[in-house]
Write a protein that binds this ligand. Structure first.
Ligand SMILES: Cc1cc2nc3c(=O)[nH]c(=O)nc-3n(C[C@H](O)[C@H](O)[C@H](O)COP(=O)(O)O)c2cc1C
Length: 182
């Protein structure tokens, strides 16, 4: 099982949560971690190269801090550029079919905000639906996202525990898929 982790953090050096999680999985066998904001600091994504990396992977991980209930902007650009018609979707666009897609996200706010009765009204799974719809279109299996809530104020001890959980999660051969309305 080959895993590629694409990290979309505008300033990974200043990151607490995403840096810790990404550095931890870098040490695993068969896991390749790429920091897209560092690789494409000019914003010009090399589409052919990115597509080649994706074709080699069995599991594609998109890792990012939650910005405005969504992702940092380079991930949107990556979708626009890399998931092209005739390659990722369309009648002959089948290159990602059957692969797994896992989102690894860190909202700064605590989990109780992300409930229907909470301050933000919507759950993270609901806010991430555009990625789930994308997964449907490109024929990947949408895995239950790995979410680190309260990332803005997480303690070192809790981050250590979360990192262990992440290592276990990403190392599992079988991961559960998230249902359409779950
Ligand atoms: C521009 C911007 C937008 C943000 N929007 C949200 C948001 O919508 N919801 C939220 O819970 N946290 C939000 N945050 C907080 C980040 O998610 C949080 O700082 C990040 O996950 C921490 O991870 P890091 O230590 O890897 O930087 C935002 C932060 C920035 C800088």
């Amino acid at each position: 099982m080959k895993t590629i982790v694409l990290v979309f953090h505008p300033n990974i050096n200043e990151s607490k949560v995403n840096k810790k999680l990404a550095k931890a999985v870098e040490k695993l066998d068969d896991v390749l971690v790429r920091y897209l904001y560092d690789i494409y600091s000019d914003g010009q994504i090399n589409v052919t190269k990115e597509q080649e990396f994706l074709e080699e992977a069995d599991r594609i991980v998109l890792q990012f801090p939650v910005y405005w209930y969504s992702s940092p902007s380079l991930l949107k650009q990556w979708q626009d550029d890399v998931l092209s018609y005739g390659w990722a979707f369309g009648s002959s666009g089948n290159k990602l079919h059957g692969k797994e897609l896992l989102l690894v996200v860190s909202p700064g706010a605590p989990e109780d905000n992300y409930q229907n009765s909470g301050a933000f009204k919507y759950t993270m799974n609901v806010l991430l639906r555009p990625f789930q719809a994308t997964s449907n279109l490109i024929g990947t299996k949408y895995i239950k996202p790995f979410i680190t809530y309260g990332a803005s104020s997480i303690s070192t001890g809790d981050l250590d525990k979360q990192t262990e959980k992440y290592l276990n999660y990403i190392s599992r051969v079988a991961l559960d898929h998230l249902d359409t309305f779950e």
